[in-house]
Design a protein around this ligand. Structure first.
Ligand SMILES: C[S@@+](CC[C@H](N)C(=O)[O-])C[C@H]1O[C@@H](n2cnc3c(N)ncnc32)[C@H](O)[C@@H]1O
Length: 259
């Protein structure tokens, strides 16, 4: 599957759908809206994310700060995929890793899930603002917590029904801690939905290749076909991968825990 993902998109740049405002991914790391000037020109820092079921989510973004301060295209694709209803979310426990503005997790909470959006300490204030701004749309629940990849996850146990990740595979040093977190947090029934934008510049292809190589030691991966993504919010270079613990391993772990 890893080879399939790398082959697609690296040989051509498919035309960008209208909801993607930026230029080539290499030039804008995804989207012009991530740059303060472009955001101001586009009418401010709030990104509206339309919903099928009612008013749009209003997601505040920040001109200054790390990469988590803006809504990335992979987050839009994953949030809108959740809305297709392909994965039942009502009353399910959901944890989002590297949530940034919280777009994906908050969308899940509007679909009835009980969500914990997590990120580094410096993103907590923005997450709280966005939770507050959208709380009237939430039909499940949503809270923000610090979770640094690789660190202790005891407080997030038992394993959630879903782990959501958008655009979290982008630097080498994070790969092993991120995989540790995934291993620590997943049970046999946890479904991880990992959405990422395939980038072709610099170290990105190698980072993606390495990530999927490491992941496949403990997890089974299945790419969600593009025609199952939201009809509008889809793009040939943004992939959603459905990830599960390998059953034999999960079973063995359970046996060890019971012993
Ligand atoms: C490219 S942003 C994506 C944000 C959001 N998911 C989206 O797609 O709009 C990557 C996110 O991962 C978070 N992140 C990076 N390294 C992390 C780490 N070691 N532990 C926890 N979060 C981390 C960043 O703070 C940032 O919010």
């Amino acid at each position: 599957m890893q080879e399939l993902l790398l082959r697609e998109g690296s040989e051509h740049h498919p035309p960008r759908p209208p909801w993607r405002r930026g230029g080539a991914p290499e030039a804008g790391r995804g989207r012009a809206a991530s740059e303060p000037a472009a955001m101001a020109a586009a009418g401010g820092f709030v990104r509206e994310l339309e919903r099928r079921g009612g008013p749009a989510l209003r997601l505040e973004q920040r001109a200054a700060g790390g990469v988590g301060c803006v809504v990335w295209d992979a987050a839009l694709v994953l949030a809108k995929f959740l809305e297709t209803g392909a994965c039942p979310l009502a009353r399910r426990a959901v944890l989002e890793l590297g949530a940034g503005t919280g777009a994906v997790g908050i969308m899940a909470a509007t679909l009835g899930a009980n969500v914990t959006v997590t990120d580094l300490e410096e993103l907590q204030e923005l997450l709280l603002v966005n939770i507050e701004n959208n709380k009237h749309l939430v039909t499940g629940s949503v809270r923000a917590k610090v979770l640094k990849w690789g660190e202790d996850v005891t407080e997030f146990q038992p394993p959630p029904d879903y782990i959501l990740m958008a655009d979290c595979i982008y630097y080498e040093e994070s790969l092993e801690p991120l995989l540790k977190t995934l291993k620590d947090l997943t049970g046999p029934d946890t479904c991880v939905l990992c959405c990422y934008e395939q980038r072709t510049m610099g170290k990105n292809p190698e980072i993606e290749r390495r990530y999927f190589e490491l992941l496949q030691a403990d997890f089974e991966l299945e790419k969600i076909p593009l025609d199952k993504h939201d009809e509008e919010y889809r793009s040939a270079d943004i992939h959603i991968v459905n990830i599960h613990r390998k059953q034999a391993l999960a079973g063995a772990l359970e046996t060890t825990e019971r012993a």
